[in-house]
Each structure stands twice: as structure tokens, then as C-alpha cells.
Design a protein around this ligand. Structure first.
Ligand SMILES: [Cu+2]
Length: 129
């Protein structure tokens, strides 16, 4: 048990180091911080095996709560292009994750960043009006 714990901590340290390097040191990295203020709309997306339902979402500009529900087996996540560090993650059937994101008017692409999932079909679009 002591050895396993040591390995886990080393792995965590490596991940932190990689994360800091990937951010170029400009902002210091760190976890996603949701915006403050009122939530103007809520959106729920189901994650299945290599699909999102719906994969076309329309919402309002402002702080939007996004919820990801896992409806099948398998781990998935939801990230949004242009929104650094935002990620919703579900590990198995029945899992749910939620957070708030500030969206300006425009079109956003969201996808699952696990290897092969985006190209397999886990990609969608959020239209913010
Ligand atoms: Cu996925």
C-alpha cells in the first residue's frame, strides 16, 4: 500500500508539472474557475458511447449551467473550444457532472477529448444568441 501511494503521488506531481508547462507559465494554470453572477440558462447533454444527445444546443449569452449525464457505459467528458480548462467528466453509467460557463454570443464547438471519441462522433455545437 505504501509503495502504491508513492507511485500515485509521483504520477500526480508529473501531471502537475506537465500542466504547468503546457500553460507556458503565463497564468500559472490551475483548475477551472466558474464565473460569478446569475445563471441565465441551463443546458443538459447526454453522453452515450460515441455520441452526444443533443449535439446541437441553443442558449442565451451569459452564465450558462451545462450538465453532462452519462446514459451508457464508458467514460466521457465535455470540453468547449475557446473555454480554457472547462471540462465536465463522467466515469460510468448514471454519472453526472455540471458547471457554469460564461458564453458570449456566437457558435462554439464542444467535444469529448478522450482519444478517438471526437473523431468517433462526440462533437457538437452550441449556438449562443
Ligand atoms: Cu467520450
Amino acid at each position: 500500500m505504501i509503495v502504491r501511494r508513492g507511485v500515485t503521488l509521483l504520477g500526480a506531481a508529473l501531471l502537475l508539472a506537465l500542466g504547468a508547462a503546457a500553460c507556458g507559465g503565463s497564468s500559472g494554470g490551475g483548475a477551472y474557475v466558474p464565473p460569478k453572477g446569475p445563471v441565465v440558462d441551463s443546458v443538459t447533454v447526454d453522453a452515450g458511447n460515441l455520441y452526444f444527445e443533443p449535439d446541437r444546443v441553443t442558449t442565451e449569452a451569459g452564465n450558462v449551467r451545462i450538465t453532462l449525464d452519462n446514459v451508457e457505459t464508458g467514460a466521457h467528458n465535455l470540453v468547449i473550444e475557446g473555454v480554457p480548462r472547462f471540462i465536465l467528466e463522467v466515469g460510468g453509467k448514471g454519472d453526472s457532472d455540471t458547471n457554469v460557463v460564461a458564453l458570449e454570443a456566437g457558435d462554439y464547438v464542444f467535444y469529448c477529448s478522450l482519444p478517438g471519441h471526437r473523431s468517433g462522433g462526440m462533437e457538437g455545437e452550441i449556438t449562443v444568441g
